[in-house]
Write a new protein. Structure first.
Length: 471
């Protein structure tokens, strides 16, 4: 099989099937749902020599490490560079003879919580002779197969119709570019680099390196350079800092600080709210005051952005990073430093008070105000809406997606109900641990009239002064 992945997203791949050869007399009247025999990616029946790839990021992520549920090397295959829909990166397995393929599985690189790579979607190609390749499509003509939503769960996908092939390719769906998580080994030696925090001597500095894909359009390059310009101006304790750039030659790249505990969504989703009577199990906990402190930090960072007339456009817990402890120990609900990240979609409002979507790009509709979805209008007020959803995520300890009971189409229909304002719009429900006064703040963030939504200055003041007393 051949696999092509998202930028730096490793493929841990297995195929479950029943094998046959062209010379065999095959009875086609059998239940494909019972066809669940592993081909040999996990147990090594398929040798390393039959697993190849178009490229590899390093020896520890070469093709032979792209086996499901194994940890050899880095436990994953990663291509040498970014992958795009029109690209040619792939992981390939030669099955030696024709097989009946009914199931495909993928998994990210978890590495005991250190890995952050996984493939959200991919495509499949197959060949019966190793020369002519066919793109697999489901019964509705769709080529893209949905993949993983995290780094650790194995996602199995039934192939309907199944594939009869000797070789198969799995192709990733690329987007804007790629981001590497890197370390600067001796940051103190870089005299011209201004660090936003103290780094102990001899300790490496964790950074994120964002690279623009080589075939990016002129507009994408301009957006990338505009992001660099924006980040260079943002100096706030709750905003990720730009540490360096490379814009003199391709590929364009920028280096930003990264936080040791990863993104807020992953951080909270592995915790439970600390009960007033104290912890009753071994699961990591977080206290209500710590949650409010984190929310207050996000509001403070957004207050700073709005004072400069910047619109983030993608505020969510997944785009906030978590640093070291600031209060008491984590087991006692201690708070942590929070910084807002991901300015890939930021726009300067001096060029106008809203941004209209061109080409209907992939959008985080469950966090978006109705006017963003229906009109493509992004303002500080729509960031306030997204903050309300982010606050809802936090008070739900990131245990479910906003509007999880709705399909994407129903979320868009609900935006239409907000526009019509006939009382049929659906709001996110109050989380069990959320005081009524704090829920009313969320509802004000989701006001149909963007002019009636609170400012970030008010939100920050409310969270700092009032919300702490609402336990």
């Amino acid at each position: 099989m051949a696999t092509q992945m998202l930028p730096l997203l490793p493929a841990l791949l297995t195929v479950l099937l029943v094998s046959w050869t062209a010379a065999q007399d095959v009875d086609w009247h059998f239940d494909t749902a019972k066809c669940r025999y592993a081909l040999g990616m996990e147990d090594g029946t398929i040798p390393d020599s039959d697993i190849t790839a178009s490229s590899a990021w390093s020896d520890s992520t070469e093709a032979k490490h792209g086996r499901l549920s194994t940890g050899e090397g880095d436990g994953a295959w990663c291509p040498a560079g970014p992958v795009f829909p029109s690209g040619s990166e792939y992981l390939q397995v030669d099955l030696r003879k024709l097989h009946f393929l009914s199931l495909v599985g993928t998994q990210g690189r978890h590495a005991d919580g250190l890995g952050r790579e996984f493939a959200r979607s991919y495509r499949l190609r197959y060949s019966r002779d190793g020369r002519h390749w066919i793109t697999w499509k489901d019964r509705w003509g769709q080529e893209v197969v949905s993949g993983n939503e995290n780094t650790y769960d194995v996602v199995l996908k039934d192939l309907g119709p199944p594939i009869i092939a000797r070789m198969v390719q799995k192709l990733g769906e690329g987007q804007f570019g790629e981001v590497h998580l890197c370390e600067i080994e001796n940051p103190q030696d870089l005299a011209n680099l201004e660090f936003p925090f103290n780094v102990r001597k001899g300790r490496p500095l964790l950074v994120a390196v964002k690279i623009l894909r080589p075939d990016a359009s002129k507009n994408a390059r301009n957006d990338f350079l505009k992001e660099v310009k924006i980040l260079s101006r943002l100096k706030d304790p709750n905003i990720i800092r730009l540490l360096g750039v490379c814009v003199s030659s391709d590929p364009l790249c920028m280096v930003t600080e990264y936080m040791e505990s990863g993104d807020l969504n992953q951080y909270l989703s592995h915790r439970v709210l600390l009960d007033k009577t104290g912890p009753s199990h071994n699961t990591p906990t977080i206290s209500y005051p710590a949650l409010i402190s984190m929310a207050s930090q996000i509001a403070s960072g957004m207050k700073f952005l709005s004072s400069l007339n910047f619109v983030h456009r993608d505020l969510a817990t997944r785009n906030c990073l978590v640093g070291g402890e600031r209060g008491e120990g984590e087991d006692r609900g201690g708070e942590r430093q929070i910084k807002i990240a991901d300015f890939g979609m930021s726009r300067n409002l001096y060029a106008g008070d809203y941004y209209r979507i061109q080409g209907r790009a992939v959008l985080p509709i469950r966090w978006m105000a109705w006017e963003c979805i229906l009109m493509g209008k992004f303002t500080t007020a729509s960031d306030v809406w997204a903050f309300g959803v982010t606050l809802w995520e936090m008070l739900s300890v990131c245990q479910e997606q906003p509007y999880s009971h709705m399909t994407d189409e129903q979320v868009i229909d609900n935006a239409g109900e907000f526009f019509r304002d006939q009382g049929r719009q659906v709001y996110l429900s109050r989380p069990a641990v959320c005081p009524q006064g704090l829920y009313e703040l969320m509802l004000s963030c989701w006001n149909r009239d963007c002019k009636l939504r609170p400012s970030f200055a008010y939100i920050h003041s409310f969270l700092t002064e009032d919300a702490m007393n609402m336990v």
